[in-house]
Design a protein around this ligand. Structure first.
Ligand code: SF4
Length: 346
């Protein structure tokens, strides 16, 4: 990702008129060119100079998987240091085209049900690496005369561990110079870093927040999410109440349905009690098969009953439509396994 400032500095350093920086940025972000050679408004020597010194993107697609129904595309991206991450595009029947991006190489939080947590943690991503995943899918959709209309930070990693880079990436995604996505079309998901939730609540924008709750009690939560040992449920809920009070925005509670672990009627009642009276929404997530032993998804009927109990208690709840299960691109399944070589379709 190259910002207008970086391009302006480059032009200044090489004694190139400043208007060229704007032309280059316009070609990259408004026209979606993939290489400097494709920019029609600049002279050849400048194309050469740019190609020799700058990279349009920090992420390189190297492998892909498309779901059988064509709704979901998973891409394995190589980073400049040869580490890899995955990003996913989901095209829903209602017109939503949602990009799910990763924020770290591997995830150190090791939630027991999550395939991404089994990857060795290497490092957090730069803001450019986060934004470039979205820009990649934006270019991909442009070829189909469509555009990205939602972005979720729900791929590999915990975005709040990487707060400054997260903020910078959000700013460029919202900036009309680049992607120009509305804040309300972006959701950041956290496993529950209390101090960062409070910090996020104080930010001057309207980006959505989702909390990966996954258990209604401290005991159960710390069993399946080691992060709960550090951040107690009471403190977490206090931080969430602060977020809702401060922003007047609804919080989404993500709750993955694990057979015999967190899907009992008792759990549903405990969850209803925990979030009662809060401006919130509970999103029940059918668990997608992974290679993790001992972890299975709940039966459909169990999920239905769980949702009914929440609704009877006055808690808005839905069950997530899960796309991309057949290519391990669904929630909790990202584990850098996309295999087919990436091929650009013009
Ligand atoms: S659920 Fe999220 S926070 Fe937990 S291990 Fe997976 S990627 Fe990390």
């Amino acid at each position: 990702m190259l910002t207008l400032e970086q391009l302006t500095d480059f032009c200044q350093k090489h004694e190139i008129p400043a208007f060229r920086a704007k032309q280059i940025a316009h070609a990259i972000y408004q026209e979606g060119v993939e290489s400097f050679d494709d920019i029609t408004t600049i002279p050849k020597p400048l194309k050469k100079l740019l190609s020799e010194n700058l990279q349009i993107s920090t992420v390189t697609p190297t492998a892909q998987e498309m779901s059988g129904d064509g709704s979901t595309l998973k891409i394995l991206f190589k980073l400049p240091d040869d580490n890899t991450i995955e990003g996913v595009l989901m095209q829903f029947k209602d017109g939503r085209r949602t990009v799910c991006i990763s924020s770290e190489v591997g995830c150190p939080l090791k939630c027991k049900f999550c395939a991404s947590g089994t990857l060795t943690f290497k490092r957090s991503l730069t803001w450019e690496e986060m934004a470039d995943q979205v820009i990649f899918f934006s270019r991909y959709l442009r070829r189909q005369k469509a555009e990205v209309n939602h972005v979720v930070y729900m791929g590999i990693g915990e975005p709040f561990r990487n707060y400054d880079n997260l903020m910078k990436s959000l700013k460029v995604l919202m900036d009309p110079e680049y992607i120009g996505l509305g804040a309300r079309k972006i959701t950041v998901s956290t496993a529950g870093m209390v101090e960062k939730i409070r910090q996020f609540a104080d930010e001057p924008f309207q980006v959505n927040l989702a909390l990966s709750l996954h258990a209604p009690t401290q005991e159960l939560r710390q069993e399946i999410m080691p992060i709960a040992l550090r951040y107690k449920l009471d403190d977490l809920m206090d931080a969430i109440r602060y977020y809702v009070d401060k922003t007047k925005r609804r919080i989404s509670f993500e709750y993955v349905m694990l057979r015999g672990i967190n899907d009992t009627e008792k759990c549903a009642k405990q969850l209803a009690k925990l979030v009662k009276g809060m401006l919130c929404h509970v999103n029940l997530i059918p668990y997608n098969a992974t290679d993790i032993p001992g972890i299975e998804g709940s039966e459909k009927a169990t999920i239905k009953r769980f949702q009914e109990i929440l609704e009877e208690a006055g808690i808005p709840a839905t069950t997530r439509v899960s796309l991309g299960q057949d290519i391990s691109a669904a929630c909790g399944q990202l584990a850098n396994k996309a295999q087919k070589p990436f091929a650009t379709k013009k």
